[in-house]
Design a protein around this ligand. Structure first.
Ligand code: ADP
Length: 617
């Protein structure tokens, strides 16, 4: 890439940001990264989902002399990005196997004519015989490798063909490469740096903090009902993702939600490809769809106005959780990450470890990740802080920017649970360390059922010593004991629990046990007022916002593109608040670039005018 004076580069990049993308200013790292690329240097960009990675290569692409080749693992992802760029008036195209020969020929023609600025390809195509030779003719000025963690075997999305991308550096030694990912762990980072011939100096790590996401964890009681209550109370009619650990659970949950009036569709790898793709399109193109999915769903889902991400099962690690929950609120507006967690998750976590055939080092890492995830669920501290600490970032003060997690919003009640924990552990030991949690709790609570009497457990000294707590309270004690490694579950047999070495000190009274009381809400309180659609909008603004949203949906249906490629919710929110009356005022709204103003400005202005000015009301 050609270098001109630093200030000149800055001002031309800013001009593209404002004119083409309609944004006023760069986010913290974007400017630095773009400057570096324009100076012909490489960059490995680690930014959370929604951080604004795409502009880091799209703006250099528009300023460079030649073609920028974007390597992206998913066809759906590239098609969406190309569509969004086209709407902003940028000459971009994709080449992939799903296209007809004629369509591919047209792309090659546009390449030859020098008209295209960005070309999206899958790694398989880039590595096809002769493809790189052909590229020489079109003067590539930048390679952008999206989802770069696919290079690493450590990453959860490892793709063998990504590992061969080092060839780009060999064949085009003078062309800068920008690699981008939202997966931040250190082994993955090292693999990318090595694989692409980067140096540590090329690394840019943005903060993984997502202040617009409100994190909540609830104790599993009736998970589907709890999910429904959450949707109805806070996200009625909004788009969301619900993650489940199995395909069957995905199907059952989606069907159940539909029966309850939620527009839910399933998504998992076991479905027919066509149905899966239809459901994904529906989610992207319609408003207010809830996708119930396994983690197969998500990579490359760029929908900016996902208002909640719910987990009905515990994610595999804090990295997974950050990435999955990070799909909420990419537009920067308030969003929620909700996790429903219970004993079954503790068992699943232990099973994952027991069954994995990892080598000792990987097993240690995996153990650490699962422990960290359990700690996240059980903690009484700031959840955002816990996630950030995992990525090596320092503490944040969650209360300072409006209580963004449940624990900061309302501190959970914490009490000294040493005696309770000792009682629980004694009951485990006295019943022979082979019975499941339910039975041990029955013994503790003095329930004289058949099983208890058959084994003579009603004659044990621990029988009935735990009447001070109800069942859910004891379940919570056991979960918290498991999350601190004090009990272990027999995964081979029937889920019997045993006390571990780590519980010795507690049993001997040499250690304290701090117990967090769970708030188990069986029913959503009906008296609670339904929250406003979008925070910060009054009633008049909300009604205008709904009309603008409807207008956007009509355009998007006509064009058969996702609504957010027209305007993001954040742009409509600003329109509702500022009520622009002229083209000039409209162009100052964030997200309204020149092309979009020309195409749709008049229509949206009309909606605002016919809604009347606030003084008319
Ligand atoms: P990522 O690829 O990192 O997940 P995107 O590139 O999709 O994120 O950007 C996330 C959202 O932020 C998009 O809606 C994008 O238009 C918006 N965005 C990016 N940069 C800016 C900026 N400088 N100002 C305002 N919005 C921005």
């Amino acid at each position: 890439m050609s270098t001109s004076g630093g200030n000149q580069v800055q001002s031309s990049a800013l001009k593209v940001l404002q004119d083409v993308f309609g944004f006023e200013q760069f986010r913290v790292d974007q400017e630095l990264i773009i400057e570096r690329i324009l100076a012909g240097r490489d960059a490995l960009v680690l930014m959370p989902t929604g951080g604004g990675k795409s502009l880091c290569y799209q703006i250099p692409a528009l300023l460079g002399q030649g073609i920028t080749v974007v390597i992206s693992p998913l066809i759906a992802l590239m098609e969406d990005q190309v569509e969004a760029l086209k709407q902003a008036g940028v000459a971009a195209a994709a080449l992939n196997s799903s296209m007809a020969t004629q369509q591919r020929r047209e792309v090659w023609d546009r390449l030859r004519s020098g008209e295209l600025k960005l070309l999206y390809v899958a790694p398989e195509r880039l590595l096809l015989d002769g493809f790189l030779d052909e590229l020489y003719n079109f003067n590539p000025c930048l390679f952008a490798i999206d989802e770069a963690h696919c290079i690493s075997q450590w990453g959860h999305d490892f793709r063998p063909e990504y590992q061969r991308l080092g060839i780009v550096r060999k064949r085009f030694p003078d062309v800068p490469i920008i690699a981008l990912t939202a997966t931040a762990d250190s082994p993955t980072r090292k693999d990318i740096i090595k694989g692409l011939g980067f140096t540590d100096d090329d690394l840019f790590i943005s903060s993984f903090d997502r202040p617009n996401i409100r994190y909540r964890v609830v104790a599993k009681d009736q998970p589907r009902r709890q999910l429904l209550a959450m949707i109805r109370e806070r996200h009625g009619g909004e788009a969301g993702i619900v993650y489940c650990s199995s395909r069957k659970k995905v199907d059952d949950t989606a069907e159940w939600l539909r029966g309850e009036g939620v527009r839910a569709v399933p998504y998992h790898a076991g479905m027919a490809a066509q149905q899966r793709s239809l459901n994904q399109q529906l989610f992207l193109r319609e408003e207010g769809i809830v996708v119930v999915a396994t983690v197969a769903f998500g990579m490359g889902i760029d929908k900016p106005n996902v208002r909640f991400v719910a987990h009905l099962d515990m994610p595999a690690s804090p990295q997974h959780y950050s990435q999955e929950s990070g799909r909420a609120g990419r537009d920067g507006l308030p969003a929620e990450a909700w996790l429903c967690y219970g004993w079954s998750d503790v068992v699943l976590a232990q099973r994952r470890l027991a069954e994995s055939d990892l080598d000792p080092t990987q097993r240690r890492i995996s153990h650490h990740q699962i422990d960290a995830m359990l700690a996240y669920c059980e903690s009484s501290g700031c959840r955002r802080g816990i996630l950030l600490r995992f990525f090596g970032e320092s503490e944040i003060d969650c209360t300072a920017d409006g209580n963004q997690c449940d624990n900061c919003e309302k501190s959970p009640e914490v009490m000294d649970g040493t005696v309770l924990a000792q009682k629980a552990l004694s009951a485990v030991v006295k019943t022979g360390q082979r019975f499941g949690k339910g039975h041990v709790i029955d013994v503790l609570r003095g329930v004289a059922n058949q099983k208890v009497t058959r084994f003579g457990h009603d004659r044990l000294s621990v029988y009935g010593i735990g009447e001070e707590l109800e069942g859910p309270g004891w379940h919570s004690i056991f979960r918290q004991l498991a999350s601190r490694g004090m009990i272990q579950i027999d995964l081979e047999g029937h889920g019997g629990i045993a006390a571990t070495e780590a519980s010795r000190e507690l049993l001997r009274g040499e250690q304290q046990f701090e117990f967090r009381k769970d708030a188990i809400t069986r029913k959503a309180s009906k008296s609670r007022k339904r929250k406003k659609k979008l925070e910060g909008l009054d009633a008049v603004q909300s009604s205008l916002f709904e009309q603008l949203r409807q207008h956007r949906l009509e355009i998007s249906r006509q064009l058969e593109v996702p609504p957010y490629t027209i305007f993001h919710d954040s742009t409509l929110v600003e329109m509702s608040q500022l009520r622009p009356q002229t083209n000039g005022q409209m162009s100052s709204i964030s997200g309204v670039g020149q092309k979009k103003l020309e195409k749709w400005g008049a229509g949206f202005l009309e909606v605002i005018r016919s809604h009347g000015s606030p003084s008319d009301r």
